[in-house]
Ligand binder design. Structure first.
Ligand SMILES: [Zn+2]
Length: 173
């Protein structure tokens, strides 16, 4: 991946939910947290965009995806940093990430997968107060395409289509 391609890929994540994030930060608690609202909104559905929810962690479609199938793995608890996770939450989040990767492979057959976290706003986190890990499928040449056609975005599939695809492919516990 070219440096410019990488920059574009990560830069996009900074803009997700920026308005809500700023709002939540001002209040300094989880009341205004969009991720808390999602995980507390009931079982996974196309409406809340949750693909899977466990007791300790959840997988949510990114509302502003960089690619079809771009999901966020997060703890259910409102936690800012990796170090605040309990050992149980760490294990559960990692297992959810493992399943997310397997599900993306089954549902999209990508050439590769990006996983990553932006810890803190300076690192590019749109919602720094609620820890989340990005997992997204990649295809050979997709970065080249974005770089070549500057300012033009590859339009991912509608979120509801992604939800149906991923929810249907998620391994049953
Ligand atoms: Zn939260």
């Amino acid at each position: 991946m070219s440096e410019r391609g990488l920059e574009q890929l990560w830069a996009g994540w900074r803009h997700e939910y920026v308005v809500s994030a700023t709002d939540a930060e001002r209040r300094g608690n989880s009341d205004g947290c969009v991720f808390c609202r999602i995980v507390e909104s009931g079982p996974p559905s196309p409406d809340n965009g949750m693909v899977w929810r466990g007791e300790l962690s959840a997988v949510v479609l990114n509302a502003y995806p960089y690619a079809s199938g771009h999901v966020l793995v997060m703890p259910v608890r409102h936690v800012r940093d990796l170090g605040e996770l309990t050992p149980e939450e760490s294990v559960d989040m990692w297992e959810a990430s493992r399943q997310a990767v397997a599900t993306l492979r089954a549902a999209y057959e990508p050439d590769g997968i990006n996983m990553g976290a932006n810890l803190g706003r300076a690192a590019g986190a749109g919602i720094p107060e609620h820890l989340h890990l990005h997992v997204l499928p990649r295809w050979s040449g997709d970065t080249n395409f974005m770089t070549a056609v500057s300012g033009v975005r590859v339009m991912p599939e509608p979120l509801v289509v992604g939800w149906e695809r991923l929810h249907g492919a998620w391994p049953q516990a």
